[in-house]
Design a protein around this ligand. Structure first.
Ligand SMILES: [Fe+2]
Length: 215
């Protein structure tokens, strides 16, 4: 996965500065110590995992060999969660979202500087508009989805191998089509920052709400 990030960064695809910095941070985490003491079972049921077999199968149909190798190497350690607890805001997509934090402040491998995990979103699902005080990079390993940034009309599709960069406090949502999407993700610039959304539009003046998280 690090090799893939470096290749993308040096080829000018995606946010090269951010990817270089992310790769540098990941190279300094203590992988061996973290995985040696990794727990082996998730604490919560995660309905979205019913989408994981098809996502992994489709990854095998087109993702790069290094991406496939990286995902398969860590999938057995992944402690999947819904990330969010039930609320009015999360209910429309809660049965179709799953995250597994591998590296990070609450990860199997501890780091306060960078988080790395896996993200799964089922088909025909919209992960509603939100933002967070951190930089988020998704690397699409399976499927295809649309990200909407900042504005109703600014919607872009991303597929296999592509990098999606969401800047700190940039509002965004994710909408899938007929297939689930599986993405390694990284968070930098305060990976412990909270996720929030707003009610009572417009976005810039709406009340800020921090949806409850699992655990
Ligand atoms: Fe996000």
């Amino acid at each position: 996965m690090l090799a893939s990030y470096r290749t993308k960064a040096t080829s000018g695809i995606g946010p090269s500065g951010s990817l270089h910095e992310t790769a540098r941070l990941l190279e300094h985490v203590n992988w061996r110590a973290g995985f040696a003491s990794a727990p082996t079972s998730a604490a919560h049921s995660v309905p979205a995992l019913r989408h994981l077999p098809i996502a992994l199968a489709r990854m095998g149909e087109g993702a790069s060999p290094d991406m496939q190798e990286a995902v398969r190497a860590v999938i057995g350690y992944a402690l999947w969660q819904t990330f969010y607890a039930d609320s009015d805001w999360t209910r429309p997509f809660l049965a179709d979202i799953a995250c597994a934090t591998l590296v990070g402040p609450a990860g199997i491998v501890r780091s306060d500087e960078v988080a790395l995990g896996l993200f799964l979103l089922g088909p025909h699902t919209t992960y509603h508009e939100h933002a967070h005080g951190l930089d988020e990079v998704y690397h699409v390993a399976s499927g295809r989805a649309e990200w909407r940034f900042d504005h109703e009309l600014n919607r872009q599709a991303f597929g296999l191998g592509e990098i999606v960069h969401t800047e700190r406090d940039q509002r965004h949502d994710i909408r899938t089509g007929t297939a689930p999407i599986l993405c390694p993700y990284t968070w930098t610039n305060d990976p412990a920052a909270v996720t929030y959304h707003r009610i009572d539009r417009p976005w810039g003046v709406g009340k800020v709400v921090e949806p409850p998280l699992v655990g």
